[in-house]
Write a protein that binds this ligand. Structure first.
Ligand SMILES: C[S@@+](CC[C@H](N)C(=O)[O-])C[C@H]1O[C@@H](n2cnc3c(N)ncnc32)[C@H](O)[C@@H]1O
Length: 429
């Protein structure tokens, strides 16, 4: 059984904290033994004095070596032969890390944690009895208790059986030089912020990949000092790192994503985003939006009918879509398949995300806005179409539950490809 003995002037307080929750349960299950020792009980003077004035003068008092040594002897006598490590919690020690916690759990089965107070402890006790000093960080506490509790907690949760599974700590921040990925729980949308779509789809491989990329990205962003020391060697990690570096140049989603009807003032932003999308499609060899469509006239037509929407990240226009309740003539004749329902439907036309928001998850939010709007209209079916080479749009649609239904021919400028793949999503009631 892993054993921790804490030498302190406040054994009741420390004992009460450490016997709570997970560690308390582990003690009951006899996976751990946690003891707190009152240093004052080992004084050899009537007043039970544990400290005295410093030689050479100066402020405050210093804890005497004798009660500390006698207390330590009592701890050793009570615990017998063990792989024991005596640690003095001190602002002068190296900083305690997850790596230290792993070493202390792996290499020993007893820690004796000595808590100083006042101005610290007589140096001769440290020289004679202490195996190592550990600090909680570069600041000074009034006593070693908080530091001792932190060390005890971090080490004990690594003792087999204390947590439900070792997976609980493998993959956590600092285990392999990375921070943990972001975590979410219910509800799916909270104060306008939604859980990333990938976590809702049940594709474990995709979730794992997304989480690993988030680990790399947030270590890079939040802890450049850790990132500097990181040596990624796995092929998949290097690929993810490349993706993260590319994404760095892009915007970060930090504000709620909302949508509202587009107005004439939004037209310049709509046309700029359209031009960015046209350029991307051209670069990818997709003959879609290459005939000067959509143009200002098309957007104004949609606006007049209240069917054009801007998607906002905070105040910024990050994308747009048109959701029309008018029947789409070209959907009447579908080939190589059929629509799955004859419910009244709405049509998603003219959707795009600004270049600086690509790859940030904004497109997922855009689709969520489309669905919200369709629901608000009381329509349980959304239809749309895209070019067979527009793989990004096809992937986005599939990821959001749209299904390929067949092929349609749309109206396009002369000399352009008018064949489109038709997609449909039936919204849950
Ligand atoms: C006020 S501090 C003494 C600081 C000491 N005079 C110095 O300047 O190095 C009293 C006790 O708090 C504990 N302590 C203070 N800061 C700590 C830290 N950063 N990490 C661990 N223990 C700390 C130590 O046990 C120390 O003996």
């Amino acid at each position: 059984m892993y054993r921790i003995d804490i030498m302190t002037l406040f054994p009741d307080t420390v004992g009460a904290v450490l016997h709570e929750s997970i560690l308390g349960r582990a003690v009951k299950k006899e996976l751990l033994e946690l003891n707190c020792w009152q240093i004052r009980d080992y004084t050899e003077n009537k007043q039970k004095q544990v400290d005295d004035y410093p030689y050479g003068g100066g402020w405050g008092c210093v804890m005497m070596a004798q009660p500390l040594k006698s207390c330590l002897e009592a701890v050793c006598a009570a615990s017998g032969e063990r792989r024991r490590r005596v640690i003095y919690l001190s602002p002068q020690g190296p900083t305690f890390t997850q790596e230290t916690a792993r070493r202390l759990q792996r290499d020993y089965d007893q820690l004796v944690l000595v808590c100083g107070h006042y101005e610290g402890v007589d140096e001769r006790f440290i020289e004679q009895c202490v195996d190592e000093e550990l600090s909680l960080g570069d600041f000074v506490l009034t006593g070693g208790e908080i530091a001792a509790m932190a060390v005890a907690d971090a080490v004990c949760r690594l003792v087999p059986g204390v947590l439900a599974d070792e997976q609980c700590y493998i993959g956590e921040s600092h285990w392999d030089g990375l921070l943990e990925y972001p975590q979410y729980t219910r509800p799916e949308t909270w104060e306008g912020r939604s859980v990333p779509e990938v976590l809702l789809q049940g594709d474990h491989q995709k979730v794992e990949r997304w989480r690993r990329r988030e680990q790399i990205a947030r270590t890079m962003r939040k802890r450049p000092d850790m990132f500097e020391k990181l040596r990624l060697t796995e092929k998949e990690d290097l690929k993810l790192l490349e993706e993260v570096r590319k994404a760095q140049g892009r915007a970060q989603m930090t504000e709620p994503v909302t949508y509202r009807p587009a107005t004439e003032e939004d037209l310049p932003a709509l046309l700029r985003i359209t031009a960015e999308a046209q350029a991307l499609l051209k670069k990818r060899g997709v003959d879609q939006w290459q005939d000067g469509y959509p143009n200002a006239a098309a957007f104004r037509f949609d606006m007049e009918r209240g069917e054009s929407f801007v998607v906002l990240h905070g105040e910024e226009i990050a994308g747009f879509f048109t959701l029309s309740t008018r029947e789409e003539a070209s959907y009447a004749s579908i080939t190589d398949g059929k629509w799955s329902s004859d419910r009244p439907y709405c049509v998603l036309h003219r959707a795009a995300v600004a270049a600086r928001w690509r790859g940030t998850g904004l497109a997922d939010r855009l689709i969520a806005c489309v669905e919200e709007r369709a629901r608000a209209l009381g329509l349980g079916c959304i239809r749309t179409d895209t070019h067979r080479k527009n793989k990004a749009m096809q992937r986005l649609l599939r990821e959001h539950g749209f299904r390929y239904r067949g092929n349609v021919a749309v109206r396009v400028g002369e000399g352009h490809d008018n064949a489109r793949q038709a997609y449909e999503k039936l919204l849950k009631k």
